[in-house]
Design a protein around this ligand. Structure first.
Ligand code: PLP
Length: 403
């Protein structure tokens, strides 16, 4: 029962009572989340709860988001070019009036960089992943999905009409078994994976995956959300690094992480772009990103193509942190700029995050259900503007404040 403003008793709805119980249970299990009080960001620092902390939790892997000079020069050009207030809204879907010329420019730049026939820009990685599979698959298809794929991929699979199975994380033998069992039973088998996994920071065995795709005639989709910017000579992802972009049917990249903007893209053959434009609900039924945002994506995309030094430094930082923590006895899986430190019980991760905060580091604990039970962890996401000394200080603090 609730008591209303005038003192009368109102019957609470069952859903509200159940929600209140669930929230209490989350609090009791230390899994209750609140939106943090984030203030100004300055370079590699971020203000959290009124304190300046070293930011070890952003996906701005190249530090482009903190590049004031780049932003100023772009704003100046924007002003000179006469793009004005309407550029801050598209005011409709791309299929209506929202298709500003900057979209075409950005898509040509992306397709050109990948050497691909076509590219298509979306409002976010979430839109891309919840739209592509539902558009391409029908009920005569099978989707095979890595067990640790991002929630947006899982949600896309849920919406799609196809059957689906999950293979053990990064286990290509298991995937091969499932492909064998599927032979001849479906119109098309789709394989979908991340390249750099967001929670374990490990990499898919892309060579083997491409080999399986070819042998079984499967359609391969690779989400490079955490690969672009960090991998490949031009920052086009692990697929570029391994020279395999041309063997993947759809490569998805996002602008909200290393490219310091908002939105996402997919590169593919022209026929698939044409089909997605005609059928993909998360492209058709949403207001397009504002031109100002698309223009900034073009700017950061072009800029990052030449940021080899930053990519090399990011690798040095990642190896140094991993090596330092491993030699101190921490369980540190993976091999990328995402560095998880598995601490087991939820409370260990929460305590470590608190200790690091006291010492000036902002990094978040990741708990189930985002990761499997008893594998709560700290997750560091490194950025190329960090210094070697930052990593030394972090390792020293982790060792000293170990739970
Ligand atoms: C692997 C992966 N794919 C897709 C997304 C979603 O991208 P966006 O943030 O642009 O919606 C994320 C994270 O946000 C991700 O980690």
């Amino acid at each position: 029962m609730n008591v209303t403003g005038d003192g009368a008793r109102a019957v609470s709805m069952p859903v509200e009572e159940e929600i209140a119980r669930e929230l209490d249970a989350l609090k009791a299990r230390q899994r209750y989340r609140v939106l943090p009080d984030i203030g100004a960001r300055a370079g590699r620092f971020i203000e959290v709860g009124g304190r300046q902390l070293l930011n070890l939790s952003s996906n701005d892997y190249l530090g482009i988001g903190a590049d004031r000079e780049l932003l100023d020069s772009w704003l100046q050009r924007l002003e000179d070019s006469g793009l004005d207030a309407p550029a801050f809204t598209s005011a409709s879907s791309r299929l209506l009036t929202g298709n500003h010329p900057l979209y075409g420019e950005l898509e040509r730049a992306i397709a050109g960089a990948y050497g691909s026939e076509a590219a298509l820009v979306f409002n976010s990685g979430y839109h891309a992943n919840t739209g592509i599979l539902p558009a391409l698959c029908n009920r005569h298809d099978l989707i095979l999905c890595d067990r640790l794929n991002h929630a947006s991929i899982i949600d896309g699979i849920r919406i799609a009409e196809a059957e689906y199975r999950r293979y053990r994380h990064a286990d290509m033998d298991h995937l091969e078994e499932l492909l064998d069992a599927a032979t001849g039973r479906y119109r098309q088998v789709f394989l979908v994976t991340e390249s750099v996994f967001s929670m374990d920071g490990d990499l898919v065995d892309l060579r083997r995956l491409v080999d399986l795709k070819k042998r079984y005639g499967a359609f391969l989709i690779v989400d490079e959300a955490h690969g672009v910017g960090a991998y490949g000579p031009k920052g086009l992802g692990l697929s570029e690094e391994l020279g395999l972009s041309g063997d993947i049917d759809i490569v998805v990249g996002t602008f909200g992480k290393a490219f310091a903007s908002a939105g996402a893209y997919a590169v593919m053959r022209g026929i698939f772009r044409e089909y997605l434009v005609n059928t993909m609900r998360t492209l058709i039924f949403t207001t397009a990103l504002p031109p100002v945002s698309v223009g900034w994506s073009l700017e950061t995309f072009r800029r990052q193509l030449g940021m080899q030094e930053a990519r090399a430094h990011l690798r040095v930082l990642s190896s140094k942190l991993r090596d330092g923590l491993r030699s101190a006895g921490f369980d540190v899986p993976g091999q990328s700029q995402i560095v998880p430190v598995v601490l087991g019980e939820d409370r260990n991760a929460v305590a470590m995050a608190g200790a690091l905060r006291q010492e000036g580091f902002h990094a978040l604990p990741v708990r189930p259900p985002t990761v499997p039970e008893n594998s709560a962890r700290m997750r560091f996401s490194l950025r190329a503007d960090l210094l070697i000394e930052d990593i030394d200080a972090l390792v020293e603090t982790m060792v000293r404040r170990r739970p």
